[in-house]
Design a binder for this molecule. Structure first.
Ligand SMILES: Nc1ncnc2c1ncn2[C@@H]1O[C@H](COP(=O)(O)OP(=O)(O)O)[C@@H](O)[C@H]1O
Ligand SMILES: [Mg+2]
Length: 228
């Protein structure tokens, strides 16, 4: 394991925030001979809890303990765009990999659409890959609003299989669950999916302002139109 491996893993988990500050944190830790937990805490502090004071901070920390994985529970992180839902889901996923859990992260809509159209073998492989890990992260479900009937069926199968095996799923979505029937195209499918997802689940509501917009505004103020 070297820095390249770590950077690759962070990129795969799309934890660019942690990636960006990792070298600095590493140097700080080495210079001050900080214990690992303190270093890790500093990495987590990169998230500004004051920016959206209504975020369920305790529930995020609770997720970060990974107890829910040991218990086969789920987490639904629902709320406004840019409030840090994916950030928190990825931080939890990353922590799980550090603890030796087998984790799979998917950008939900795109991955479901791609595999719902795939040949039988390919679809079976995807199902296996979504069933086997200890933790599955389905990021940004219903980003594209309605998903196809085939995608909805695939999602239902994944949720059912993992439920039977008591394996955890973390879902993030901008869509309130009351509207899921609309995005799944069918209320019965929505009910069976939600029944299983919510049976042993933490519900985290992310209310607040978009950090993306804040960053974009800061860039405009600096006179640059894109990420530096
Ligand atoms: N409170 C915060 N403090 C620091 N960075 C944040 C905060 N909220 C969001 N971000 C950053 O803003 C960007 C968008 O957040 P993201 O988690 O993708 O939002 P969401 O998934 O809710 O749409 C990411 O780069 C994330 O790291
Ligand atoms: Mg997101």
């Amino acid at each position: 394991m070297n820095m390249n491996d770590i950077e690759r893993a962070l990129r795969q988990l799309r934890l660019s925030g942690i990636h960006a500050t990792l070298e600095t944190r590493l140097m700080q830790a080495q210079a001050s001979q900080q214990p690992f937990l303190e270093t890790f805490w500093a990495i987590l502090q990169d998230f500004d809890w004051r920016f959206n004071p209504k975020l369920p901070r305790q529930a995020c920390f609770e997720l970060h303990t990974l107890k829910f994985i040991a218990e086969g529970g789920n987490a639904l992180i629902i709320g406004k765009p840019g409030t840090g839902k994916s950030h928190v889901a990825k931080a939890v996923a990353y922590q799980a990999t550090l603890q030796g859990y087998h984790v799979r992260y998917l950008e939900a809509d795109a991955e479901l659409a791609r595999h719902a159209l795939a040949a039988h073998d390919e679809e079976q492989r995807m199902l296996r890959e979504c069933t086997e890990p200890d933790l599955l992260v389905l990021d940004d479900l219903f980003l594209a609003r309605r998903i196809s009937e085939a995608s909805a069926e695939l999602l239902q199968t994944i949720v059912h299989r993992r439920y039977k095996l008591r394996r955890s799923i973390v879902v993030t979505s901008n869509r309130v669950i009351q509207d899921w029937g609309k995005y799944l195209g069918d209320n019965t499918t929505a009910t069976t999916i939600l029944d299983r997802l919510m049976h042993h689940a933490a519900m985290l509501e992310f209310e607040g302002k978009s950090y993306r917009l804040k960053e974009a505004a800061a860039r405009i103020a600096r006179g640059t139109s894109h990420d530096a």
